[in-house]
Design a protein around this ligand. Structure first.
Ligand SMILES: Nc1ncnc2c1ncn2[C@@H]1O[C@H](COP(=O)(O)OP(=O)(O)OP(=O)(O)O)[C@@H](O)[C@H]1O
Length: 337
């Protein structure tokens, strides 16, 4: 009897259920499920060693799972091999290439491997070299490319056969700022064109700007919604640190001062800023300063702004200290391995 098809949502381009894979005693992926929607970008997030690359390799069909199944547009990757792989574009984190071939030849060779007619292959190579800004190096041997240029060629290679699903493992690694911005544009354009994209990256702030959904991996186990902490840090920039501390002590707001920008923080005890008869003169900096405050959400944030402004505290900037992906990542209870 034929195995029952997985039951994806109508728009799901790739569905994987309960994948697992061990390497000897190492359980790289324990239980991972994922669904990629056509026309959307999904982030794959997890600490070092959480199994992201292993999962991606199973999704591409390059690594057989110990258990579980992957279907691309209804085709089982394990049994439909070439037909399923024709629908997938894969950009590994390290892009190996034939060093003596030119960039154009690399793309045309891959296009030929996907059975694209020579004229179409030529046209795709020309288009993609322009997309990834390698026109000037089109006829240079790929060995002369810098790391970032190799990454861009790797992205072009992943797209050469116009796949329905694109899997990118750390695509921004080695890219300069302009190329990173362009990468975001390319990824969003793919989604606009109906492609399902999965991007694995540790650059969470950057990732957040291009994704519609996220899958988290913790020690080989996937989840769509990691637990979020009840309190989230918000960053407050003020014109007068001492005045802000005096006010926060008066209203009983716990604050942490950031010394020299994000990252270097020291706790400030509001009680230490207030004398027995209430707030006196806290030992905060007289001048611009940055603080972190822990809030329950946007409602409390709005209240804080209103109360501070009413009390004459000069706020210059105020917002969540971390993006949603960073927040979710920090709320995960496992670390790297
Ligand atoms: N071929 C292999 N042989 C043995 N162990 C492996 C192999 N591939 C991966 N592992 C192990 O499986 C676990 C998951 O590795 P994987 O590369 O999938 O993690 P990752 O989330 O991609 O990590 P990173 O963020 O550092 O790239 C790690 O403990 C790793 O050492």
């Amino acid at each position: 009897m034929a195995a029952a098809a997985l039951a994806p949502a109508d728009s799901a381009a790739l569905v994987a259920e309960h994948l697992s894979r061990s390497f000897g005693p190492v359980r790289a992926v324990v239980d991972a499920s994922i669904s990629l929607e056509a026309g959307s970008v999904t982030a794959l997030v997890g600490p070092n060693g959480s199994g992201k690359t292993t999962l991606l390799l199973m999704l591409t069909g390059l690594l057989a799972p110990d258990a579980g199944r992957v279907e691309v547009r209804g085709l089982d990757v394990a049994t439909s091999g070439a037909a399923a792989r024709r629908l997938i574009g894969w950009m590994p984190d390290v892009f190996g290439t034939w060093e003596t071939l030119t960039c154009r030849e690399v793309l045309e060779t891959f296009a030929a491997a996907y059975r694209l007619p020579p004229a179409v292959a030529k046209e795709r190579a020309t288009t993609l070299l322009a997309t990834v800004h390698l026109v000037d190096l089109a006829d240079a041997p790929s060995r002369v490319l810098s790391r970032g240029q190799k990454q861009r060629l790797g992205l072009a290679r992943a797209l050469v056969h116009s796949p329905a699903v694109v899997l990118l493992d750390e695509p921004a690694a080695g890219l300069d700022p302009r190329s990173r911005i362009e990468l975001r544009g390319i990824v969003r354009d793919l989604a606009e064109a109906g492609v399902a994209v999965l991007v694995s990256s540790h650059e969470l702030a950057e990732l957040e700007e291009m994704v519609d959904a996220a899958v988290f991996l913790q020690r080989g186990v996937s989840s769509f919604a990691p637990p979020t902490a009840a309190l989230q840090p918000w960053r407050v920039h003020v014109l007068d640190g001492a005045a802000f501390l005096a006010w926060s002590a008066a209203v009983g707001l716990g604050v942490t001062q950031e010394a020299g920008g994000a990252g270097a923080a020291s706790a400030v005890d509001p009680a230490a800023c207030a004398g027995p008869a209430g707030p006196t003169h806290p030992t905060g900096p007289a001048g611009p300063a940055t603080f972190l405050v822990s809030l329950t959400g946007e409602l409390q944030a709005a209240q804080l702004v209103r109360d501070a402004v009413t009390a004459g505290v000069a706020l210059t900037r105020f917002g969540p200290a971390y993006g949603r992906l960073e927040q979710a990542y920090l709320a995960m209870d496992t670390d790297r391995r």
